[in-house]
Design a protein. Structure first.
Length: 428
């Protein structure tokens, strides 16, 4: 390894690996560091990453428009990344967003506002179709949606495998000259001419700048001088076993389900995906996003060891039974995930100090990661913003010392929580 790197990227998830790739592609000496995925969660200690999964949506049916723009910039480079690395990390899919025909305002109203979503997509030149209740029934006959619901569909979307995306980004980064160290960083400190980065093992490296791409766990790493305004939660995904890839005929579906004028489900239902155990599962996520506030590494580890909220299994099976009456499902299990949110509803890509950059997007980071990584690499190299999007869009907001997710410090701005139980996306 080198004595001095141009940039060390702390965090080898979607954003960190993409940042390292774009740095290496520009010819900068780069070290990216982060532990391998743990073998299991039952006895896990410490931090956890949100990308340990097989399927997320990559589409433009998002609010705000900036999220869709970042995703589109990333998606346009997917083919090149696949060609460079030989890693397949997407499959074509319909992205279907289903919502009540009329809906009261509230925390999730904009995220499932069909007019806003359609307008955003068309602003980016992406073709979408608006479906009324009859259209929905005709085009997706295998599914039974709640009465008086309508939809919006993007037919050229993808299901993205975040594990394979990281594999591709790291393969491209190392092929371009980056160094990968499978280490957990526990300390950074400014020294003459740079930053010293130290791992739990005792290994240390020097760099002119460091990027912290530490995801939803950023406030728990001990690497920031003060907390970000960014609540973090332990989320649950439910995996329901099916016989194989053709067991269910359905698109990737964002579903806001109302009954008697009240939301009964808000989340994502994915078509069958093959997981590392070799089995095929339908994934359901979104029922209990805000039930588990997390602030410390100890709290994160304890949450991960639970394996997720068992009560979500019944809720997921109820949603699937209504969607596909008579369909036979196998055993269901939970997996832990993590999400975070910012009060701007956009990523933070900003300077912490003159030698440190923060890059974090806790909800929709996988599909937009390549573009977030490109923007982060530019900021790390130049120390200033050089993109047509104004930097103000991505500037970090900071909390006072002592601010926590669970007990918001009353003297600080109270940031909105992530998409609530009546509005969540494919974050997990």
């Amino acid at each position: 390894m080198r004595d001095l790197y141009d940039v060390i990227v702390v965090g080898a998830g979607p954003i960190g690996s993409a940042t390292a790739r774009h740095l290496a592609d520009r010819g900068h000496s780069t070290l990216v560091t982060g532990p391998d995925e743990p073998a299991g969660f039952e006895d896990h200690r410490g931090l956890w990453a949100g990308h340990y999964d097989e399927g997320r949506l990559a589409h433009v049916l998002e609010v705000p428009l900036m999220t869709s723009l970042l995703a589109m910039r990333s998606i346009r480079r997917f083919a090149d990344l696949r060609e460079r690395t030989g890693v397949t990390f997407t499959v074509p899919a319909h992205s279907l967003s289903v919502m009540p025909r009329t809906m009261a305002g509230g925390s999730g109203a904009d995220w499932f506002d069909r007019d806003i979503l359609a307008r955003n997509a068309r602003d980016l030149g992406v073709e979408v179709s608006e479906l009324d209740e009859d259209d929905l029934r005709e085009q997706y006959p295998a599914l039974t949606f709640e009465p008086k619901h309508v939809a919006l569909v993007q037919r050229d979307a993808f299901i993205l495998n975040p594990r394979r995306l990281v594999e591709a980004e790291l393969a491209a980064a190392t092929a371009a000259g980056a160094t990968l160290a499978r280490e957990e960083v526990v300390r950074t400190e400014k020294v003459d001419g740079g930053v010293r980065v130290t791992a739990r093992s005792g290994a240390s490296w020097l760099a002119e700048r460091v990027v912290l791409a530490t995801g939803a766990a950023s406030n728990a790493t001990g690497l920031l001088p003060r907390p970000l305004l960014m609540p973090t939660y332990g989320a649950t995904i439910v995996l329901v076993e099916v016989d194989g890839p053709d067991a269910i005929d359905m698109p990737a579906t964002m579903y806001l389900k109302y009954r008697d004028a009240s939301a009964v489900f808000g989340g994502i239902v994915m078509p069958p995906l093959r997981y590392p155990d070799g089995k095929w599962y339908v994934k359901v996520a979104g029922s209990s996003l805000l039930h588990n506030p997390l602030d410390t590494a100890e709290e994160i580890g304890a949450w991960v060891r639970t394996g997720g909220r068992r009560e979500d299994i019944g809720e997921a099976l109820a949603v699937l039974s209504d969607l596909m009456p008579g369909q036979k499902f196998g055993p269901a299990r939970t997996r832990p995930c993590m999400v975070s949110a910012t009060p701007t509803e956009r990523p933070y890509i900003d300077m912490v100090d003159e030698r440190t950059v923060i890059a974090v997007e806790g909800e929709r980071g996988a599909m937009a990661a390549d573009e977030i990584g490109r923007l982060t690499a530019g900021l790390a190299v130049h120390g200033r913003w050089k993109d047509s999007i104004p930097h103000e869009v991505f500037q970090a907001r900071w909390a006072e010392p002592g601010w926590t997710t669970a007990g918001r410090n009353a003297s600080t701005i109270d940031p909105p929580a992530p998409r609530t139980a009546d509005a969540t996306d494919g974050a997990c």
